[in-house]
Design a protein around this ligand. Sequence first.
Ligand SMILES: [Zn+2]
Length: 332
Amino acid sequence: MLSDIKHTVVPLPWQSEHWQQLHDRINQDILPHALLLRGVQGTGKGQFALAFGQRLLCSNPVGNVACGKCKSCLLIKAGSHPDFKIVEPESKGKAIKIDQIRDVVDFGSKRAQFGGYRVVIIAPAEAMNVNASNALLKSLEEPGAKTIMLLVSHQVSGILATIKSRCQSLDFPLPSHQQSVQWLNTVVSDPEKANLLMSVAGGAPLRALDMEQQEWLADRQNIIRSWVGVLSGRSNPVVVAEQWAKYPLSDLLTWLQAWQIDLGKVVSGADASVLNQDLMASFKEMAIICSHNKVFDFYNYLLELGSMASSSTNPNPQLLLEQMLIRWAGTK
Ligand SMILES: [Zn+2]
Protein backbone atom coordinates (compact mmCIF):
# COMPACT_ATOMS: atom_id res chain seq x y z
CA MET A 1 0.00 0.00 0.00
CA LEU A 2 1.28 3.47 -0.89
CA SER A 3 0.09 4.91 2.39
CA ASP A 4 2.52 2.56 4.18
CA ILE A 5 5.52 4.28 2.59
CA LYS A 6 6.84 6.66 5.23
CA HIS A 7 9.81 8.17 3.47
CA THR A 8 10.59 10.56 0.66
CA VAL A 9 10.68 8.72 -2.66
CA VAL A 10 12.28 9.51 -6.00
CA PRO A 11 11.21 8.46 -9.50
CA LEU A 12 12.72 5.26 -10.88
CA PRO A 13 15.50 5.37 -13.52
CA TRP A 14 13.16 4.41 -16.40
CA GLN A 15 10.69 7.16 -15.50
CA SER A 16 13.00 10.11 -16.08
CA GLU A 17 11.33 11.20 -19.33
CA HIS A 18 7.85 11.47 -17.76
CA TRP A 19 9.36 13.17 -14.75
CA GLN A 20 11.04 15.82 -16.86
CA GLN A 21 7.90 16.41 -18.93
CA LEU A 22 5.84 17.06 -15.82
CA HIS A 23 8.45 19.45 -14.48
CA ASP A 24 8.42 21.39 -17.69
CA ARG A 25 4.67 21.74 -17.19
CA ILE A 26 5.08 22.89 -13.59
CA ASN A 27 7.50 25.57 -14.78
CA GLN A 28 5.08 26.69 -17.48
CA ASP A 29 2.18 26.44 -15.04
CA ILE A 30 0.21 24.15 -17.37
CA LEU A 31 -0.07 21.07 -15.18
CA PRO A 32 -3.34 19.19 -15.89
CA HIS A 33 -5.66 18.80 -12.91
CA ALA A 34 -6.05 15.05 -13.45
CA LEU A 35 -3.50 12.51 -14.65
CA LEU A 36 -4.11 8.84 -15.35
CA LEU A 37 -0.93 6.87 -14.80
CA ARG A 38 -1.48 3.60 -16.59
CA GLY A 39 0.44 0.46 -17.49
CA VAL A 40 1.09 -3.08 -16.29
CA GLN A 41 1.45 -3.76 -12.59
CA GLY A 42 4.88 -3.62 -11.04
CA THR A 43 6.59 -0.85 -13.03
CA GLY A 44 6.41 1.71 -10.23
CA LYS A 45 3.47 3.93 -11.25
CA GLY A 46 2.40 4.29 -7.62
CA GLN A 47 5.91 5.24 -6.58
CA PHE A 48 6.00 7.82 -9.36
CA ALA A 49 2.70 9.33 -8.18
CA LEU A 50 3.97 9.47 -4.61
CA ALA A 51 7.29 11.04 -5.63
CA PHE A 52 5.47 13.61 -7.75
CA GLY A 53 2.99 14.46 -5.01
CA GLN A 54 5.82 14.91 -2.54
CA ARG A 55 7.68 17.08 -5.04
CA LEU A 56 4.65 19.31 -5.69
CA LEU A 57 4.16 20.00 -1.99
CA CYS A 58 7.82 20.30 -1.04
CA SER A 59 8.78 23.90 -0.29
CA ASN A 60 12.44 23.40 -1.15
CA PRO A 61 12.88 20.78 -3.91
CA VAL A 62 16.44 19.67 -4.55
CA GLY A 63 17.29 18.75 -8.13
CA ASN A 64 13.60 18.41 -9.00
CA VAL A 65 12.81 15.94 -6.21
CA ALA A 66 11.33 16.52 -2.73
CA CYS A 67 13.93 17.55 -0.16
CA GLY A 68 12.67 15.22 2.58
CA LYS A 69 13.43 17.81 5.25
CA CYS A 70 11.03 20.75 4.94
CA LYS A 71 7.82 20.99 6.96
CA SER A 72 5.71 19.67 4.06
CA CYS A 73 7.98 16.69 3.50
CA LEU A 74 7.98 15.84 7.21
CA LEU A 75 4.18 16.07 7.39
CA ILE A 76 3.79 13.78 4.36
CA LYS A 77 6.14 11.25 5.95
CA ALA A 78 4.07 11.41 9.12
CA GLY A 79 0.92 10.85 7.04
CA SER A 80 -0.62 14.12 8.23
CA HIS A 81 -0.16 16.73 5.49
CA PRO A 82 -3.49 18.58 5.18
CA ASP A 83 -3.07 19.12 1.41
CA PHE A 84 -2.12 15.53 0.55
CA LYS A 85 -4.45 12.58 0.31
CA ILE A 86 -3.96 8.94 -0.67
CA VAL A 87 -7.09 6.92 -1.43
CA GLU A 88 -6.68 3.14 -1.51
CA PRO A 89 -8.92 0.13 -0.78
CA GLU A 90 -9.00 -0.75 2.90
CA SER A 91 -7.25 -4.01 2.04
CA LYS A 92 -5.78 -5.43 -1.16
CA GLY A 93 -8.38 -6.59 -3.66
CA LYS A 94 -11.27 -4.69 -2.03
CA ALA A 95 -13.22 -1.81 -3.56
CA ILE A 96 -12.70 1.91 -2.98
CA LYS A 97 -16.00 3.01 -1.51
CA ILE A 98 -18.14 6.08 -2.00
CA ASP A 99 -17.39 7.44 1.48
CA GLN A 100 -13.70 7.54 0.63
CA ILE A 101 -14.45 9.52 -2.54
CA ARG A 102 -16.81 11.86 -0.67
CA ASP A 103 -13.79 12.78 1.44
CA VAL A 104 -11.94 13.60 -1.78
CA VAL A 105 -14.79 15.81 -2.99
CA ASP A 106 -14.81 17.58 0.36
CA PHE A 107 -11.01 17.94 0.22
CA GLY A 108 -11.25 19.42 -3.30
CA SER A 109 -13.74 22.05 -2.23
CA LYS A 110 -11.40 23.58 0.37
CA ARG A 111 -8.44 25.88 -0.01
CA ALA A 112 -4.91 24.59 0.32
CA GLN A 113 -3.79 25.05 3.89
CA PHE A 114 -0.18 25.64 2.86
CA GLY A 115 -1.10 27.90 -0.02
CA GLY A 116 0.37 25.68 -2.74
CA TYR A 117 -0.86 22.60 -4.56
CA ARG A 118 -3.24 20.00 -3.22
CA VAL A 119 -2.61 16.41 -4.28
CA VAL A 120 -4.89 13.38 -4.35
CA ILE A 121 -3.61 9.92 -5.32
CA ILE A 122 -6.19 7.22 -6.10
CA ALA A 123 -4.65 3.76 -6.43
CA PRO A 124 -5.73 1.56 -8.05
CA ALA A 125 -8.37 3.75 -9.72
CA GLU A 126 -10.19 0.69 -11.12
CA ALA A 127 -10.97 -0.34 -7.55
CA MET A 128 -13.57 2.45 -7.31
CA ASN A 129 -17.06 0.98 -7.41
CA VAL A 130 -19.72 2.61 -9.60
CA ASN A 131 -21.02 4.93 -6.88
CA ALA A 132 -17.52 6.02 -5.96
CA SER A 133 -16.69 6.65 -9.63
CA ASN A 134 -19.79 8.78 -10.11
CA ALA A 135 -18.97 10.76 -7.00
CA LEU A 136 -15.45 11.43 -8.30
CA LEU A 137 -16.78 12.78 -11.60
CA LYS A 138 -18.05 15.87 -9.86
CA SER A 139 -14.57 16.71 -8.60
CA LEU A 140 -13.08 16.10 -12.02
CA GLU A 141 -15.63 18.38 -13.66
CA GLU A 142 -15.12 21.20 -11.19
CA PRO A 143 -11.56 20.86 -9.93
CA GLY A 144 -10.44 23.20 -7.19
CA ALA A 145 -7.60 25.60 -7.96
CA LYS A 146 -4.18 23.90 -7.97
CA THR A 147 -5.69 20.54 -7.10
CA ILE A 148 -3.95 17.66 -8.85
CA MET A 149 -5.48 14.19 -9.00
CA LEU A 150 -3.21 11.29 -9.81
CA LEU A 151 -5.16 8.17 -10.77
CA VAL A 152 -2.99 5.04 -10.87
CA SER A 153 -4.27 2.08 -12.86
CA HIS A 154 -3.05 -1.25 -14.22
CA GLN A 155 -6.49 -2.10 -15.59
CA VAL A 156 -7.95 0.95 -17.32
CA SER A 157 -10.81 -1.12 -18.76
CA GLY A 158 -12.22 -1.09 -15.22
CA ILE A 159 -12.49 2.72 -15.12
CA LEU A 160 -15.55 4.64 -16.33
CA ALA A 161 -15.05 6.21 -19.77
CA THR A 162 -16.33 9.52 -18.43
CA ILE A 163 -13.51 9.53 -15.86
CA LYS A 164 -10.83 8.56 -18.38
CA SER A 165 -11.92 11.32 -20.74
CA ARG A 166 -11.34 13.92 -18.03
CA CYS A 167 -7.77 12.81 -17.36
CA GLN A 168 -4.59 13.17 -19.32
CA SER A 169 -2.97 9.77 -19.71
CA LEU A 170 0.62 8.91 -19.01
CA ASP A 171 1.68 5.45 -20.21
CA PHE A 172 4.19 3.44 -18.21
CA PRO A 173 5.50 0.58 -20.37
CA LEU A 174 7.77 -2.15 -19.00
CA PRO A 175 11.37 -0.95 -18.83
CA SER A 176 13.97 -2.89 -20.80
CA HIS A 177 15.22 -6.12 -19.24
CA GLN A 178 18.72 -4.68 -18.99
CA GLN A 179 17.55 -1.53 -17.24
CA SER A 180 15.43 -3.52 -14.80
CA VAL A 181 18.16 -6.02 -13.96
CA GLN A 182 20.62 -3.20 -13.41
CA TRP A 183 18.24 -1.47 -11.00
CA LEU A 184 17.25 -4.66 -9.19
CA ASN A 185 20.89 -5.61 -8.79
CA THR A 186 21.50 -2.43 -6.82
CA VAL A 187 19.05 -3.85 -4.27
CA VAL A 188 19.79 -7.60 -4.28
CA SER A 189 23.54 -7.36 -5.16
CA ASP A 190 23.46 -10.61 -7.13
CA PRO A 191 23.26 -10.26 -10.94
CA GLU A 192 22.21 -13.88 -11.48
CA LYS A 193 19.42 -13.64 -8.93
CA ALA A 194 18.32 -10.26 -10.32
CA ASN A 195 18.13 -11.81 -13.77
CA LEU A 196 16.07 -14.78 -12.58
CA LEU A 197 13.72 -12.59 -10.54
CA MET A 198 13.07 -10.38 -13.56
CA SER A 199 12.15 -13.39 -15.69
CA VAL A 200 9.88 -14.78 -13.00
CA ALA A 201 8.18 -11.41 -12.58
CA GLY A 202 7.41 -11.14 -16.30
CA GLY A 203 9.60 -8.07 -16.73
CA ALA A 204 7.97 -5.94 -14.00
CA PRO A 205 10.81 -4.73 -11.74
CA LEU A 206 8.77 -3.81 -8.65
CA ARG A 207 6.96 -7.11 -8.76
CA ALA A 208 10.40 -8.77 -8.89
CA LEU A 209 11.50 -6.80 -5.84
CA ASP A 210 8.31 -7.73 -4.03
CA MET A 211 8.94 -11.39 -4.75
CA GLU A 212 12.48 -11.11 -3.45
CA GLN A 213 11.29 -9.46 -0.26
CA GLN A 214 8.69 -12.13 0.30
CA GLU A 215 11.14 -14.93 -0.49
CA TRP A 216 8.93 -16.10 -3.29
CA LEU A 217 11.73 -17.87 -5.12
CA ALA A 218 11.78 -20.58 -2.47
CA ASP A 219 7.99 -20.80 -2.50
CA ARG A 220 8.04 -21.01 -6.28
CA GLN A 221 9.97 -24.28 -6.10
CA ASN A 222 7.39 -25.71 -3.69
CA ILE A 223 4.54 -24.53 -5.88
CA ILE A 224 5.83 -26.17 -9.04
CA ARG A 225 6.56 -29.39 -7.15
CA SER A 226 2.91 -29.49 -6.06
CA TRP A 227 1.83 -28.63 -9.60
CA VAL A 228 3.77 -31.65 -10.96
CA GLY A 229 2.52 -33.75 -8.03
CA VAL A 230 -1.13 -33.05 -8.79
CA LEU A 231 -0.66 -33.82 -12.48
CA SER A 232 1.10 -37.11 -11.77
CA GLY A 233 -1.40 -38.16 -9.09
CA ARG A 234 1.11 -38.00 -6.21
CA SER A 235 -0.52 -34.97 -4.56
CA ASN A 236 -4.13 -34.43 -3.54
CA PRO A 237 -5.66 -31.39 -5.32
CA VAL A 238 -7.77 -30.42 -2.30
CA VAL A 239 -4.78 -30.48 0.06
CA VAL A 240 -2.68 -28.45 -2.39
CA ALA A 241 -5.50 -25.90 -2.80
CA GLU A 242 -5.52 -25.44 0.95
CA GLN A 243 -1.75 -24.81 0.98
CA TRP A 244 -1.94 -22.37 -1.94
CA ALA A 245 -4.79 -20.30 -0.52
CA LYS A 246 -2.23 -18.16 1.36
CA TYR A 247 -0.73 -16.81 -1.89
CA PRO A 248 -2.20 -13.83 -3.80
CA LEU A 249 -4.45 -15.46 -6.41
CA SER A 250 -3.48 -13.11 -9.24
CA ASP A 251 0.24 -13.84 -8.73
CA LEU A 252 -0.38 -17.59 -8.67
CA LEU A 253 -2.40 -17.49 -11.87
CA THR A 254 0.21 -15.31 -13.61
CA TRP A 255 2.90 -17.85 -12.73
CA LEU A 256 0.87 -20.84 -13.79
CA GLN A 257 0.11 -19.16 -17.12
CA ALA A 258 3.81 -18.48 -17.71
CA TRP A 259 4.69 -22.08 -16.77
CA GLN A 260 2.03 -23.39 -19.12
CA ILE A 261 3.64 -21.47 -21.99
CA ASP A 262 7.03 -22.94 -21.06
CA LEU A 263 5.53 -26.43 -20.77
CA GLY A 264 4.03 -26.03 -24.25
CA LYS A 265 7.51 -25.21 -25.56
CA VAL A 266 9.02 -28.32 -23.93
CA VAL A 267 6.21 -30.53 -25.27
CA SER A 268 7.01 -29.12 -28.74
CA GLY A 269 10.74 -29.71 -28.27
CA ALA A 270 11.63 -25.99 -28.10
CA ASP A 271 13.52 -26.26 -24.79
CA ALA A 272 15.93 -23.44 -25.58
CA SER A 273 13.19 -20.81 -25.65
CA VAL A 274 11.85 -21.71 -22.18
CA LEU A 275 11.82 -18.61 -19.97
CA ASN A 276 11.96 -20.32 -16.57
CA GLN A 277 15.06 -22.38 -17.32
CA ASP A 278 15.64 -23.18 -13.64
CA LEU A 279 12.37 -25.19 -13.62
CA MET A 280 13.30 -27.30 -16.65
CA ALA A 281 13.34 -30.60 -14.73
CA SER A 282 9.71 -30.07 -13.71
CA PHE A 283 8.65 -29.17 -17.26
CA LYS A 284 10.39 -32.31 -18.57
CA GLU A 285 8.58 -34.46 -16.05
CA MET A 286 5.19 -32.96 -16.96
CA ALA A 287 5.87 -33.14 -20.71
CA ILE A 288 6.05 -36.95 -20.49
CA ILE A 289 2.50 -37.24 -19.15
CA CYS A 290 0.87 -34.16 -20.68
CA SER A 291 -0.48 -33.92 -24.24
CA HIS A 292 -0.10 -30.86 -26.42
CA ASN A 293 -3.86 -30.30 -26.36
CA LYS A 294 -4.10 -30.44 -22.59
CA VAL A 295 -1.32 -27.87 -22.20
CA PHE A 296 -3.07 -25.35 -24.44
CA ASP A 297 -6.60 -26.06 -23.23
CA PHE A 298 -5.42 -25.51 -19.70
CA TYR A 299 -3.60 -22.33 -20.62
CA ASN A 300 -6.84 -20.89 -22.00
CA TYR A 301 -8.68 -22.01 -18.89
CA LEU A 302 -6.09 -20.21 -16.72
CA LEU A 303 -6.63 -17.01 -18.72
CA GLU A 304 -10.36 -17.27 -18.05
CA LEU A 305 -9.71 -17.76 -14.34
CA GLY A 306 -7.39 -14.75 -14.39
CA SER A 307 -10.04 -12.44 -15.79
CA MET A 308 -12.64 -13.93 -13.44
CA ALA A 309 -10.38 -13.33 -10.42
CA SER A 310 -9.66 -9.73 -11.40
CA SER A 311 -13.25 -8.82 -12.25
CA SER A 312 -14.96 -10.29 -9.20
CA THR A 313 -14.54 -8.27 -6.05
CA ASN A 314 -14.73 -11.26 -3.79
CA PRO A 315 -13.89 -14.62 -5.40
CA ASN A 316 -13.41 -17.53 -3.03
CA PRO A 317 -9.74 -18.29 -3.80
CA GLN A 318 -9.60 -21.71 -2.16
CA LEU A 319 -12.69 -22.99 -3.96
CA LEU A 320 -11.41 -21.64 -7.26
CA LEU A 321 -8.02 -23.30 -6.67
CA GLU A 322 -9.69 -26.62 -5.78
CA GLN A 323 -11.70 -26.64 -9.01
CA MET A 324 -8.63 -25.71 -11.01
CA LEU A 325 -6.38 -28.37 -9.45
CA ILE A 326 -9.02 -31.10 -9.79
CA ARG A 327 -9.26 -30.21 -13.47
CA TRP A 328 -5.45 -30.22 -13.79
CA ALA A 329 -5.36 -33.72 -12.23
CA GLY A 330 -7.99 -34.97 -14.70
CA THR A 331 -7.68 -36.18 -18.28
CA LYS A 332 -4.23 -36.10 -19.78
ZN1 LIG B 1 10.66 19.24 1.15
